[in-house]
Design a protein around this ligand. Sequence first.
Ligand code: ADP
Length: 162
Amino acid sequence: MSKAVYPGSFDPISYGHIDLARRGLRIFGELTVAVARDTSKATLFPAEERVDMAAEVFKDTPGVTVTSYKGMTVDYVRSIGANVMLRGIRTVSDFEYEFQMALTNRHFADDLEAMFMMTSNKYSFLSSRFIKEVVALGGDVSAFVPPQVEKRLQEKLARRSS
Ligand code: ADP
């Protein structure tokens, strides 16, 4: 049986990520949502908070474990005995980025497979980046993230602007 990891920065986790994890769970039965500590993106939330938010979201979802990792994703995936990396595709532009990343990963780990799933079209426009921009501009993101994540976004932005 394949063991799958859903890696990402999750800065913060959104309904799009959650939808994708639930779809992955239908196929794998067990899924590790792995928050990347080392990301080339400048994150709003430190890794601990990104993990806390994801853990809170999945606390009542059997089959989902939330962890974090440092270094290369392929090394982490191997270290926990998994062999599949699950990633989401929203748009054609995601495809190009994911394709390059998958082939780069394959160079280092030909024994692992990347698997791509399409998000629900309800969330296909959602990105953590725009969610942060909307909150920073005072907009309502309750349709995009769970209430506890929205609260953290607002606290973070209020702290920054005070
Ligand atoms: P990364 O910084 O590694 O790209 P993200 O946290 O931005 O991590 O995204 C993690 C994964 O989740 C990526 O494969 C991304 O395509 C996917 N993803 C992001 N937003 C959505 C969404 N709205 N619907 C489905 N998948 C998504």
